[in-house]
Ligand binder design. Structure first.
Ligand code: NAD
Length: 293
């Protein structure tokens, strides 16, 4: 028996169709939704990510504005750019491309985004609302991991869920989402003793450790649903025996496939759903700004 693969590309495509329908139906009430991305400096990976965001946004009928600032810009200029977007009534969502140049304070700039436009869901207001079980803009990667889990149709109430990782953007909000669905949640991190003893108890195992292929077959019990948030480029040997780069997650996919009940592959699992969640948060912010509920 091998695990069912949770198809993130198909899930993302379905979600985008729904968003496109929602945008088309509601745009008659006013302007289409608009996402503004702030890109500071010339980081090639961030610029490539911005191009892909622009394509995805256009695909659902959303406007996308890229606000570029020079690599040498100071905190005042960066904060002013965010303040301008905060007060621009034609902008629904603001996201900040990382990494920022070293002279800039990432935390301060992220927290400068107005809560109603914080479509990355990483401001104190949205995280606080999420913690309190209130309606919030949820961090995109945690929301994507949770959507992959929900796509399996699993009933979460009472389940043993283990989250490996406690970052603010993934591990912590994902644990809160699981808790809100009445799972019994264990959170593991770098100081956890005997990680495998915890992960083997999991019926739902979510891994966001940022360590390539940390989780092997010995960490997983038969039938467990495994959500792999990790995303890495690692070197390996290709079919012709040469060294090649390949994409890997935090889970050893081939080793875990015969054990798990279902698993998100890397690539093609959580990743494609994450950008869709950014669009979904922007549509949500837009509906709220147009008072469409
Ligand atoms: P992070 O480095 O901020 O946090 C990693 C967490 O894992 C920490 O809390 C740490 O305590 C824990 N951890 C690290 N090593 C561990 C170990 N050996 N045992 C137990 N816990 C351990 O990373 P992050 O930003 O949360 O991202 C996690 C992973 O998700 C990364 O691989 C990142 O590339 C990936 N990611 C993917 C997407 C996506 O869209 N798929 C988006 C963001 C991040």
């Amino acid at each position: 028996v091998t695990a069912t693969l949770i198809d993130g590309n198909a899930l993302a495509a379905g979600l985008k169709l729904k968003l496109a329908d929602e945008v088309a139906a509601s745009s008659k009430h006013g302007r289409p939704p608009s996402l503004a991305a702030v890109l500071i400096g010339e980081e090639p990976a961030a610029a490539a990510y911005a191009r892909s965001q622009a394509r995805h946004a256009a695909g659902v009928g959303m406007e996308y504005r890229l606000c570029r600032l020079p690599a040498e810009c100071d905190m005042t200029a960066a904060a002013e750019a965010i303040a301008r977007l905060n007060s621009d009534a034609a902008v629904d969502g603001i996201m900040l491309h990382l990494p920022l140049p070293a002279q800039l304070d990432t935390f301060s700039l992220q927290q400068a985004v107005a809560p109603r436009k914080d479509v990355e869901g990483i401001g104190a207001a949205n995280l606080g609302l999420l913690l309190m079980g209130r309606d919030a803009l949820v961090p995109c990667t945690a929301a994507a991991a949770f959507a992959c889990l929900q796509a399996t149709g699993v009933h979460l109430a009472g389940r043993e869920a283990v989250v490996v990782g406690r970052s603010v953007i993934v591990g912590k909000p994902l644990a809160i989402l699981l808790l809100a669905s009445h799972a019994t949640v264990t959170q593991c991190h770098t100081r956890t003793r005997d990680l495998a003893a915890h992960t083997r108890r999991a019926e739902i195992l979510c891994v966001a450790a940022g360590v390539p292929e940390l989780i092997g077959a010995d960490h997983v019990s038969p039938g467990t649903i495994v959500i792999d948030v990790g995303m890495h480029r690692v070197s390996g040997t290709g079919p012709d025996g040469t060294q090649q780069l390949r994409t890997a997650g935090d889970v050893q996919l081939e080793a875990v496939l015969p054990v798990a009940g279902a698993i998100t592959p890397v690539p093609g699992g959580v990743g494609p759903v994450t950008v869709t969640m950014l669009l979904a948060n922007t549509v949500k912010a837009w509906r709220q700004s147009l008072r469409l509920g």
